[in-house]
Design a protein around this ligand. Structure first.
Ligand code: GLU
Length: 309
């Protein structure tokens, strides 16, 4: 086994790409958001960023895509910065064991979302941000632009609009939350903001750069929002247990990193103290995680022998 400093990461990523090619036709891209159904599903990108600053990428690592639920990590980081521990009075931190957009559990638990990464939890976090910030839309963009170092990152209003027009389930979730007194702002306002934060376009390179902040080398402050090392540790814990839909156990087992996926086919993860990595390919497995993304990350942690376990 080579020492980490002499590891040829460029060759490693190329090798991973060729080894996952046989699976490139597996899975289906998300089509419940009409604008996402128009994306070419046969794309793949990956970017790895080490804490020493080196960066390696393959294929479409610079192609922006819809980050969707990955945005929930950024929103949670902002809410933790603003509210500290009290944020957990608004949302839980347990894996849900149900689909990310399930109504059943939310109803039986009187509208208290299991965690901030299922849609109900993220809608509550959107409500918290709207209540705490004079201009939540611009604060969210400032934070994301600052943490990834790319000022051109923006909302994709066509995707947000497309999701609003077909987002009946999310509207039902927001109504149930409102019924139980879990959100204070107007439902339309909360949903509009939630859909906009999901619509943000970023590339694998942007995401790997952003997630370097979560490798917990030191406390951070971006765009006016700061997290302590202890808060970053806890954010990673929530990603580890709740970041991959109803497949967080499988992801832990195969990959062994905290992270978050989105229905746009992106997955971003970090190895605290070592590296951050983002991968994107639109075809999803039955649980909503990118098929090639999962395989690529499994190969990455197997071949580098670097995961949190
Ligand atoms: N905007 C998407 C939704 O609410 C996000 C889903 C996801 O990426 O998990 O359905």
């Amino acid at each position: 086994m080579k020492s980490k400093s002499e590891f040829d990461y460029r060759q490693l990523l190329e090798g991973i790409y060729y080894d996952i090619l046989p699976y490139s036709g597996d899975g289906e891209q998300a089509d419940y958001i009409p604008a996402l159904a128009r994306v070419n599903p046969d794309q793949f990108g990956m970017c790895l960023k080490l804490v020493d600053g080196r960066e390696f990428s393959v294929r479409q690592a610079d192609t922006p895509f819809s980050i969707q639920s990955i945005s929930k990590v950024f929103a949670l980081a902002m809410a933790m910065s603003l509210k500290g521990e009290s944020i957990w009075k608004r949302v839980g931190k347990e894996p849900s064991g149900t689909a990310f957009n399930s109504l059943v559990q939310l109803e039986s638990e009187r509208g208290f979302p299991r965690n901030p990464f299922i849609n109900a939890g993220a809608i509550v976090i959107a409500d918290v941000l709207l209540s705490s910030l004079p201009d939540a839309d611009s604060s969210f963009l400032s934070f994301v632009r600052s943490i990834c170092g790319n000022t051109s990152v923006s909302y994709d209003f066509e995707v947000a609009q497309s999701e609003r027009a077909s987002g009946f389930l999310n509207a039902a979730i927001a109504n149930l939350l409102k019924h139980h007194g879990r959100i204070s702002n107007d439902i339309e306002e909360v949903l509009g903001f939630y859909f906009r934060i999901c619509s943000v376009n970023m590339s694998c390179r942007d995401l790997a750069r952003a997630f370097l902040a979560f490798t917990n080398v030191k406390p951070f402050e971006y765009g006016g929002f700061s997290l302590t090392s202890s808060q970053i540790k806890r954010l990673n814990a929530v990603m580890q247990t709740c970041g991959f839909y109803d497949e967080a156990g499988e992801f832990s087992y195969l990959v062994g990193l905290p992270g978050k996926s989105g229905v746009g086919g992106g997955i971003v993860a970090d190895c605290p103290g070592r590296y951050s990595v983002a991968v994107w390919s639109p075809r999803l497995n039955g649980k909503g995680n990118s098929v090639l993304g999962m395989k690529a990350l499994e190969l990455l942690t197997t071949r580098t022998e670097e995961s949190i376990f």
